[in-house]
Design a protein around this ligand. Structure first.
Ligand SMILES: Cc1ncc(COP(=O)(O)O)c(C=O)c1O
Length: 411
């Protein structure tokens, strides 16, 4: 387990409500921020709050912004073993996926394959392309036990499949898809692969070279940093993408009848950027690297197993998604049911835990409406506790105590 001392780096954890500290179990949505990240952002606003970007180094402050943001791109690239030219700043994972959806060459009748456990961010863009460009979006169904069905995936591949776009680690249950195999098989068929890495890059070591993945999207706000997204693309793949949002800073020259686009990544970064967030992202990856991604992953796995085992002892707990704790990391999703019927609505569980225990977690469909709809559960979804490096066994105990009390109250 990681030392509890690192909690002192997170100012939000020192707050009290009703004399009790917060129990933050919602990191899959937004992580807490350590003071090192907050300081880096404040330094930008206090000391050199100017424009950065290419061609803006005429003055002192602008040069400092340029230097700091270039360093940030290098740091974030290094974190996933990419080169800086392969890193495009976006608003979030959603925008990064939309960039690929809008700019990757897809024509009428081309197939995009996804899994059946995609976040809306990796589902709705393809549904829209079906309508606007006549592409075909096909969904690989999970096995009975909710794991990825590689055999079914192979059956669904054909030369028509141009892109496989799947989640790396699911925000439903922390299950990691066998992405190494998926990428290798997809490449054998000539398809490119986009990974939604919103729940993997913050929690485990991800090496884009080793994976040989073509595109990868993630959000810095889920990994101790400020609100910001990243699209990684192999250099040769980014060059093939058409421009997305265009305007200032995307071109090297323009005339009244044409514009000359910059090479990637700049051609995809339109307008003045969120320099403070870029600078904060460097501090976030430095912090994570200092703690060590392997240790973070082990810490979360140990907590997941601990929490799952204790929750499983409560008769009314039904895990959602993959039930085997060893196959899940950092996320525990469950419902309270008795004799096949919902005992307490997930939203009520979340509200009671917040009110009585300061436990913050998420209830509902977690932007996985399609998954829940297909299983007849609908909008009530599940209660989801998501863990990170600052969580402790004591916090898991408190969650279990809270759930036990709620079940008892129902008689
Ligand atoms: C697996 C997954 N994909 C995509 C997203 C969307 O991320 P963002 O809202 O940062 O764009 C999330 C957010 O929870 C997620 O968990």
């Amino acid at each position: 387990m990681l030392p509890e001392k690192l909690r002192e780096d997170f100012p939000a954890l020192s707050r009290l409500r009703n004399g009790k500290p917060p129990v933050y179990l919602d990191s899959a949505c937004m992580s807490l921020k350590p003071k090192q990240v907050i300081q880096a952002i404040n330094e930008y606003y206090e000391n050199y709050p100017a424009c950065g970007g290419r061609g803006r180094s005429q003055h002192w402050f602008a040069r400092e912004v340029k230097e700091a943001t270039e360093k940030a791109r290098e740091r974030v690239a290094g974190f996933i073993n990419a080169s800086p030219e392969e890193i495009v700043w976006t608003k979030n994972t959603t925008e990064a996926i939309n960039l690929v959806a809008r700019s990757f060459k897809l024509e009428w009748d081309d197939v995009v394959l996804t899994s059946d456990r995609e976040h809306n961010s990796n589902l709705v863009p393809w549904l829209e392309l079906e309508k606007s460009r006549g592409i075909r979006h096909e969904v690989v169904p999970s096995r009975e036990d909710a794991t990825f069905d590689l055999e079914k995936f192979k059956d669904m591949l054909s030369p028509k499949v141009k892109l496989v776009s799947v989640v790396h680690v699911s925000n439903l249950d922390g299950y990691a898809l066998p992405v190494e195999e998926i990428i290798e098989i997809a490449h054998d068929y000539g398809a490119k692969v986009l990974l939604d890495a919103a729940q993997s890059v913050p929690h485990r070591s991800v090496d884009v070279r080793r994976l040989d993945v073509d595109f990868l999207a993630f959000s810095v706000h889920k990994m101790l940093g400020p609100s910001l997204g990243v699209l990684y693309g192999k250099e040769e793949e980014l060059r093939e993408l058409s421009p997305f949002i265009v305007g200032g800073d995307t071109v090297s020259d323009s005339y009244y009848n044409r514009a000359v686009f910059l090479p990637p990544p700049h051609r995809f970064e339109a307008g003045l950027q969120n320099y403070a967030a870029q600078i904060g992202s460097a501090a976030a990856v430095e912090y994570l690297s200092r703690v060590g991604m392997r240790r973070i992953e082990e810490h979360e796995r140990a907590l997941t197993e601990y929490l799952s085992k204790k929750l499983a002892a409560i008769e009314e707990v039904r895990f959602v998604g993959v039930t085997e704790a060893k196959l899940r990391s950092g996320i525990v999703s469950f419902r309270l049911e008795r004799r096949g019927r919902s005992l307490v609505a997930p939203s009520d569980v979340a509200e009671l835990l917040d009110r009585h225990y300061n436990i913050m977690l998420r209830a509902g469909d977690h932007c996985l409406h399609a998954w829940f709809n297909a299983r007849g559960i609908g909008a009530s979804g599940s209660v989801r506790a998501s863990l990170y490096l600052y969580n402790t066994r004591k916090e898991c105990d408190l969650l279990v105590e809270g759930v036990e009390r709620i079940v008892e109250m129902e008689g």
